[in-house]
Design a binder for this molecule. Sequence first.
Ligand code: ATP
Ligand code: MG
Length: 251
Amino acid sequence: MLEISNLKKSYKSGNSNLQVLRNLSLKVEEGEFVSIMGSSGSGKSTLLNCICRYIDYESGLINLKGNDIGKFTEEDLATMRNTNIGFIFQDYMLLDGLNLIENTCVPSIISKMKKTNTMYESMEEKAKNLLNLFGLAEKMDSFPAELSGGQRQRVSIARSLINSPDIILADEPTGNLDSKSANEVIDSFTRIKKDLNTSILMVTHDMYYASYSDKVFILNKGEISKVLVNKGNRKELQDEIVEAFANMDRS
Ligand SMILES: Nc1ncnc2c1ncn2[C@@H]1O[C@H](COP(=O)(O)OP(=O)(O)OP(=O)(O)O)[C@@H](O)[C@H]1O
Ligand SMILES: [Mg+2]
């Protein structure tokens, strides 16, 4: 589904050059829920930005559904960002003046605007179904300001799914939430995986939430230094994450 090989990315400022991703390789299969963990500044957000090519990288391959996105034109990239990839951010990025149905429809409106105006009804139907799926049936006509943090994040999850993407990229989606709301977000991810078979790539600092994923990639010194596989025991996976971080501190 998503395959990254030998990705290199550095930031230049003046004469200095900060090498963030050195030789990063990873693979996400269809319907897989994967977490990326690594210390602050290790390059997790940089990696997500490279995958949607919001920023350019120096070398390496990013292959999404058999296509090398390094070769994409601006138009290909716009299509990919609208149809193949859904985004979820730490701060929800909802539009205050739109109700939940309208907020959920936004990416769909953008991708269909060029075609026709008569598609709003089917879009609205899909938005309602998604809001329903994430337990927001009672709130459909509300505005973001009337919601809790967890509810807002669930709207942004619904929105990320409106165009039926192949993969969702989530950058610390539980970072601003209390544990009840964060649990709801993780529940939503497990539902997406089960009901829609959408892949999820989640950046998180929280090993408890990471333990719900199928695999945990540890990002260290610019590459994936360890891949931990969930064998069905979340406690065991959390222990392995603790150990991976302890070894990292020692090295
Ligand atoms: N546009 C930029 N220009 C220069 N340096 C940058 C830029 N964006 C990020 N960096 C640097 O690259 C490194 C990786 O940043 P990145 O945001 O990818 O880290 P992160 O793993 O997401 O961290 P966090 O867990 O704190 O969100 C950091 O040292 C950061 O300061
Ligand atoms: Mg980050």
